[in-house]
Design a protein around this ligand. Structure first.
Ligand code: KIV
Length: 298
């Protein structure tokens, strides 16, 4: 049974579809999902790319940042999402530490995301300095998506979550990063936390699709975090977040209503209860009546 109406039959989204969309100036949609239910809902709503982002460290696991989440934790979520996705292109984030130690280990971990997590691509943060590594992973037949600008795994180096690319030298570096990733053959590049003018220049410069988050409207596509668009994150949202629903309020309301019904014994009703078959009920009454009669005699 599907929870959401399924519209037109959809085509499977691949790296080729993403390139075609860029060429045809069709906007690419991307959302994060971290479990089976959210993956099904997002997939059936027609989103092009589902990203099992390492943002799950915060949204699902309650960590303060993305640095603590492990490869095994990412795999656990990736497998659940895989079971819920039919048509979207499934990208899984490589977490901090999974590609930083050696290229061999990076390729081994990327292969785990494909073999064990069902990923169709992995995502790696960083530009120019990751280009050779990205080539190695692509050589192992694993599509890679890039991520530049505000890269949350570098939070300690950046000194906080700050918009990047605000000076001429920073813009030049971002352009070099984007071109290096493009030449390495990435399936798309996520552009996070940068002035829209810079994102627009990158989009015009590279052949690969650019997917923005806090990078303005000129990108080839946009990504947001599932929990952010549904008000399921706690705290003040970033400037670029648009809320499309209030699942937080809906869940709170439903949970409070359930609690009140249980306390006032309004739940469950007779309709929500199972009943004995009529014959068993009357046999039971006879047995009980006999027991009561025996007790009266004694
Ligand atoms: O982890 C994540 O959710 C991300 C996107 C927001 C790009 O990396």
């Amino acid at each position: 049974m599907s929870l959401t109406p399924i519209g037109e039959p959809r085509q499977k989204i691949t790296t080729v579809t993403l390139r075609e969309k860029k060429l045809q100036h069709q906007a690419i949609t991307c959302l994060t999902a971290y479990d089976y239910a959210s993956a099904r809902l997002v997939d059936e709503a027609g989103i092009d790319i589902i990203l099992v982002g390492d943002s799950l460290a915060m949204t699902m696991l309650g960590y303060d940042n993305t640095l603590s989440v492990t490869t095994d934790e990412m795999l656990h979520h990736a497998r659940a999402v895989r079971r819920g996705v039919k048509n979207a292109f499934l990208v899984v984030d490589m977490p901090y530490g999974s590609y930083h130690l050696s290229p061999e280990e990076a390729v081994r971990n990327a292969a785990r995301f494909v073999k064990e997590g069902g990923a169709e691509a992995v995502k790696i943060e960083g530009g120019e300095k990751r280009a050779d590594l990205i080539r190695r992973i692509i050589d192992a037949e694993i599509p890679v998506t890039g991520h530049i600008g505000l890269t949350p795994q570098s939070v300690n180096v950046m000194g906080g979550y700050k918009v990047q690319g605000k000076s001429l030298s920073a813009i030049e570096q971002l352009m070099r990063d984007a071109v290096a990733l493009d030449h390495a053959g990435v399936a798309c590049i996520y552009l996070e936390g940068m002035p829209r003018q810079v994102a627009a220049m990158i989009r015009a410069e590279v052949g690969t699709p650019t997917i923005g988050i806090g990078a303005g409207p000129e990108c080839d596509g946009q990504v947001l975090v599932f929990h952010d668009i549904l008000n399921m994150t706690f705290g003040t949202p970033a400037k670029f977040v648009r809320r499309y629903g209030d699942a937080g309020a809906l869940i709170t309301q439903a949970v409070q209503a359930f609690r009140a019904d249980v306390i006032s014994r309004q739940y469950p009703s007779d309709k929500e209860s199972y009943h004995l078959p009529k014959e068993t009920q009357s046999a039971l009454e006879t047995v009980l009546e006999r027991k009561r009669a025996l007790r009266r005699v004694r």
